[in-house]
Ligand binder design. Sequence first.
Ligand code: 6PG
Length: 248
Amino acid sequence: MEIEVFNDAEELAHAAAVRFQTLAQSSVARQDRFSVALAGGNTPRRVYELLATDDFKQQINWPSVHMFFGDERSVAHDHPASNYRMAFETLLSKVSIPVTNVHPMKGVGDPHANARAYESELRSFFGGVSWPRFDLVLLGMGEDGHTASLFPDSPALNEIHAWVVANWIEKLGEFRVTLTAPAINAATNVIFLVAGEEKTESLHEILRGPNQPAHLPAQLISPKEGSLTWMVDAAAATRLRVSSSEFP
Ligand code: 6PG
């Protein structure tokens, strides 16, 4: 696991955009495609905006990029809270990615049916494998230690077979469709993007505290064969003493 600390959220976003570009170029060169599961929330917004600028978008072969989502809220795609809407407005509407390469999770209707449908979409993309091997999964981290829509003490934390589930989030009073931890852990590269002093305590607990994934679900993320990188800003990293081995 790598922990990379950046001076501020803008530097973090720029570094993440560079990493995305580099991974996209190497994946396309190697296998003629780059499959990504995007994170929702606010932190990745700036990364997506940067990827849509000429500095980045002209360096990425968008027809070979396939965009998936780590989770979706129980809202329509045109709702302000939709993760799809955020990605569409900041990035997907601004680059030459074929519409058939963008795979939104459905947020309205029966969440269990939506989860099953998404899993079958993943299975048809990744073929007859036991777990989806995303080239990159981008994740955020909530103050409560959740990631994707794997919230503390929620049923999905115990899922060991499904790739995608509808997870009941008690504190939100809603279901959310989410990739499961084993599905994320099958990825080739997983990157957490964490910024802001409000994340200091949970980041410290997750990375330096005891293993308690039911309470801190981000601790479930440990790629079996892939790389795990925490890209964080100094505000969130205040309590982390990052050893030189963890910080290039
Ligand atoms: C979501 C994300 C969620 C997010 C964290 C952090 O749907 O909101 O999947 O896991 O990454 O809540 O969100 P911020 O980046 O807004 O702090």
